[in-house]
Design a protein around this ligand. Structure first.
Ligand SMILES: N[C@@H](CCC(=O)N[C@@H](CS)C(=O)NCC(=O)O)C(=O)O
Length: 262
């Protein structure tokens, strides 16, 4: 469902189809309206939104935000996402038919869920169930996995205390998730934006060094969500430049790590 806007060349490109036909189809699917702009880099936070857009069948234009080159600090992007983080979206057909921009992946998932009526129930009890687990992901699984990954893979010196602290915290978090999934298929009962928020991180757990062997219910859940065609498509939205980022490059590290107010 995505077409990709290559900002450096201004040309449109895509993974599978010829660009022009793909762009036309995306606009046609949007009923002549402009597809949603997705500001994206292929990471667990970015995948939340490609998965949701694919699940909802919403046409979108993928605009790469090369966070290794500093695109997240460009004024045009900060106007949409003042926290200098992707993902962000612009829905040209927002409330009242006017454009709206949204940053923070949890807020984007809620917006798209409300817009489409999918994966975000309206009934208050069911909605609260979803929101608890969505916010749990936003405050626990995502940030702590990020820190665990940082100290394990990117810190300039090996800091056993930090590695152990965040390693333990990830073990605790997957334990909580496992208990929740012991007697239900998905985090809030039915498949929802709460599950969508967790997929990218959980799919990378072993690669990030977190042992899921003790968490059979998490593994069963992961197998089920990864089998969904829309999840496969969402996780497959690639940006060629991301394959060439060298996290040892001092320029990349200076941009991404130890940021201070600008
Ligand atoms: N809470 C944010 C976190 C987003 C986030 O951390 N994005 C990272 C990539 S995964 C980013 O854009 N980093 C750019 C930077 O660190 O300057 C969300 O869920 O949207």
């Amino acid at each position: 469902m995505a077409r990709a806007a290559d900002k450096s060349t201004g040309k449109k490109s895509s993974r599978k189809e010829r660009p022009s036909s793909r762009a036309h189809k995306a606009t046609a699917r949007a009923g002549g309206k402009k597809p949603i702009d997705l500001y994206y880099w292929p990471t667990p936070n970015g995948w939340k939104i490609t998965i949701m857009l694919e699940e909802c069948g919403l046409p979108y234009t993928m605009i790469p935000v090369d966070i290794s080159k500093g695109d997240q600090f460009k004024p045009q992007f900060l106007a949409i996402s003042p926290n200098n983080r992707m993902p962000a979206i612009v829905d040209h057909d927002g409330p009242g038919g006017k454009p709206i921009s949204i940053f923070e992946s949890g807020a984007i998932l809620q917006y798209l869920g409300r817009k489409t009526g999918k994966f975000y129930p309206k009934d208050e009890r069911s909605r609260v169930e979803v929101e608890q687990w969505l916010f749990w992901q936003m405050a626990n699984l995502g940030p702590k996995a990020g820190e665990a990954n940082h100290f394990r893979n990117y810190a300039p010196e090996r800091l056993p205390y930090a590695i152990e602290r965040f390693g333990n915290e990830m073990n605790r978090i997957y334990g909580v998730m496992n208990r929740r999934l012991e007697d239900r298929d998905f985090l809030a009962g039915k498949y929802s934006i709460a599950d969508i928020a967790c997929i990218g991180w959980a799919s990378r757990a072993e690669r990030h060094g977190h042992d899921l062997r003790a968490f059979a219910s998490v593994r069963r859940w992961l197998k089920a969500v990864l089998a969904r065609p829309a999840v496969k498509r969402g996780l497959a939205v690639k940006v060629e430049a991301a394959f060439h980022v060298d996290m040892k490059d001092p320029k990349v590290r200076a941009l991404l790590f130890n940021q201070r107010a600008r």
